[in-house]
Structure formats: C-alpha cells, structure tokens
Design a protein around this ligand. Sequence first.
Ligand SMILES: Cc1cc2nc3c(=O)[nH]c(=O)nc-3n(C[C@H](O)[C@H](O)[C@H](O)COP(=O)(O)OP(=O)(O)OC[C@H]3O[C@@H](n4cnc5c(N)ncnc54)[C@H](O)[C@@H]3O)c2cc1C
Length: 374
Amino acid sequence: MNYDVIIVGAGSMGMAAGYFLSKSGKKTLLLDSFNPPHTKGSHHGETRIIRHAYAEGEEYVPFVLRAQQLWNELEQATGKQLFLKTGVLSIGQSDSESIHNIISSAKRYSLSLDVLDANEVQKRWPGITIPSDFMGCFEPASGVLKCEACIEAYQELAESNGATILTNSRVKKISIQDERVTIQTDGQTYYANSLVVAAGAWSGDLLSMLDLDIPLTPVRKTFAWFEADEESYNQHKFPAFDFMTPQGVYYGFPSMDGSGIKVGRHDGGLPIHPDESIPGFGELAGDAEELTQFLNHYIPDVEHLKYGKTCMYTLTPDEDFVIDLHPKYSNVAIAAGFSGHGFKFSSAVGQALSNLIVSGKNDVDISAFSISRF
Ligand SMILES: Cc1cc2nc3c(=O)[nH]c(=O)nc-3n(C[C@H](O)[C@H](O)[C@H](O)COP(=O)(O)OP(=O)(O)OC[C@H]3O[C@@H](n4cnc5c(N)ncnc54)[C@H](O)[C@@H]3O)c2cc1C
C-alpha cells in the first residue's frame, strides 16, 4: 500500500498533522498502537490549559497565538465547543522568572493581562490564599481546551478529507532507502514518500530506528479531581490556574459542569518506559498527599479527593519541544518531547509538520525547537 505520507502516532500532534496533510491533498495514512483518543499516552484527562503570555519564554507566543487561531477555526469547522474562555491565573513570587516572562510576553505582544498583588488576587477569588510576596497574572482571553474532543474533531475532518486512520496498529519497524519510507506493523507493510513521527512517550524508541538519539525522558504524572463548592469554583467564576510555589509547580482547572476542581503537579515525576506497567494513581506513596498539601496551602476550601489518574510527560533536557526535519532525511518530520506543555500547541504543531513535509519550512518561527540544539 502506497501513500504520500505516513504518520506514526495519531495522538495530539499526529492527528492534527493528519488533518493538515490530508487538507493539502496528500494521500495520508495515520497509524496508532491504540484507538485515539485513549488513556495510554499523554492526551487524556478531559482538559488542558491554553495560555498566551508564555511563562516558558516569549519565543512561544507567536506559535501559541497561531494555535489559538487554529482552535477557533476547528470549532467553526466542526460546530463543536472545544475551547472554554475561563481565563488563566498564574501565581508566583513577585521576583520569579516565570512571572517576569508572563508580564514581558504580554507587553511585547499586546496581550490583555491583569497584574494583581496578593490582596487583589484574594479579593477577586476568595477561594485563594497566598502570601503577601506573591502576585497574580490573569489572562482573560486564555482558558481550557477539551483535549479528547480536540483530537476527535481533527480525526473527523482528516477522515472527511480522505485520510486513512488505522488503530491498534503498532509500528514495529521503520526503514528509509532512496527516500522511500517502509513501515512495518504486525503483519502489514506500508510505503510512503514522506514520514511524520509523532509518537509521544514512545518517540525515543521510534527515532532510534532512524539513527536519531534525542534525549527524551518519559515520566509518570498524576492528577486528581477534588470536591469543591460549585458556587465558588465553577468554570464561570473560577479560572484555570498555574501556581509556581516553593513547594512545586502546580496547575489546575475550575469545576467543569460539576466535575470538581482538577489539580496536578507539573514538576517532578517518576521516569518510566511507556511499555512498563505504570503504577496507577494512589499506588505510589505521596500521590494524593502532594496534591492535598498544595490545596491546603493555597486553595484551602477545596474538599476531599474524588479520584485520580496517571498520564505521561516526555521531557527534553531544556523542556522545550522538538519540531524539525530529520537531519539526515529531508522527507521525515518529527514532533516530540513536549515536556508537559504541548497540547495547547498541537493545532499549530500539526500545521507545522504538514508545512515541513510539503515545503520544508513553516511560516511561524519554530527554530527554537530544532534538533541541532542537542
Ligand atoms: C497530566 C497531564 C497534564 C497536561 N496538561 C497540559 C496542559 O494543561 N496544557 C498543555 O498545553 N499541555 C499539557 N500536557 C501536555 C500535553 O498533553 C502533551 O504535551 C501532548 O498531549 C503530547 O502529544 P503527543 O502527540 O506527543 O503524544 P500523544 O498524544 O500521547 O500521542 C502519541 C501517539 O503515538 C502513538 N504511538 C506511540 N508509539 C507508536 C507506535 N510504535 N506505532 C503507532 N503509534 C504509536 C500513541 O499510541 C499515541 O496515540 C499535559 C500532559 C499530561 C500528561
């Protein structure tokens, strides 16, 4: 079976790439080990934060603004609500680098941002308690993406453009000879002119089949939902949030239609291999405690734990992404190492992967994510 492009991994990045490539007229095949959206990779758990004034650095801002535009277009094309404009509140010590980056990103790109001292934060959201040397940056235009629904939306459009999506089809072998790509799953062989590798936590294994050794570390992450007073913590009154605290970096979501508040810790996590049996939430000491300790400190009115889950990040050493062409094969585009903050970009990453395959370059600068930096 011959295709213009094969995409290995039809998750957050791969499914979006499938949409953009099929839209550009490429005969596209997507292969996934499971049936996306699924709970075995990095994209489950109902919600992901999208923020624009980027704490991780100004170089991300044009890319995230493109991503937001593409999410809005995806909503229009499918008639589904994928984005909820809850606003995002980032909290940290006044002298922290993250707070500084958020304020300077907002200034440089004229993004709407309310910069609040500790008193102003506590007055506006009485459920929050922070020390007087902390401050808050509230971005009213940012919010929450429904992650599984976003993947389903791209899947629907990719299929209507003629893309083929084969689930439960794990890629076992990749080889490239004379610019011809050969992909093997159990029992099937597929051929293509170009290849996209977007395999999330498995990217290291797949890239090593292409003689590429990028330092990628999959880690186990936990998150959980807690009972919360709906009056104070519902999505119309309470924002999505990021707290950069001396105890760790935490993020969370308001109660969405009665779900309770969802909270996770961004830093730390146990290095794993994604094929290992990964301990479920509560099976490792401290899973619940690290989240309840954060809540007791900063959002103390939140009540008891409802349930938790685990998911995976794939970390690069600098926690910046990898979005680039393979250094040896110009017909292979790679998206990997999203380091726990990639979902919001996945629309723009899909478009960039398609652009790299079609023309070798992207119209938004992605040079910060090049492979040559390793
Ligand atoms: C708990 C948690 C919270 C997060 N919160 C946020 C947030 O608030 N905001 C944000 O922007 N980001 C967030 N992220 C990060 C974001 O979800 C990830 O960066 C993103 O989902 C990574 O996308 P991906 O396409 O690389 O991986 P995935 O979506 O996991 O897709 C990879 C796909 O490749 C498939 N695959 C792997 N190997 C093979 C193979 N050999 N053959 C075929 N298919 C294969 C897998 O089955 C999978 O479907 C969070 C992540 C987690 C875990």
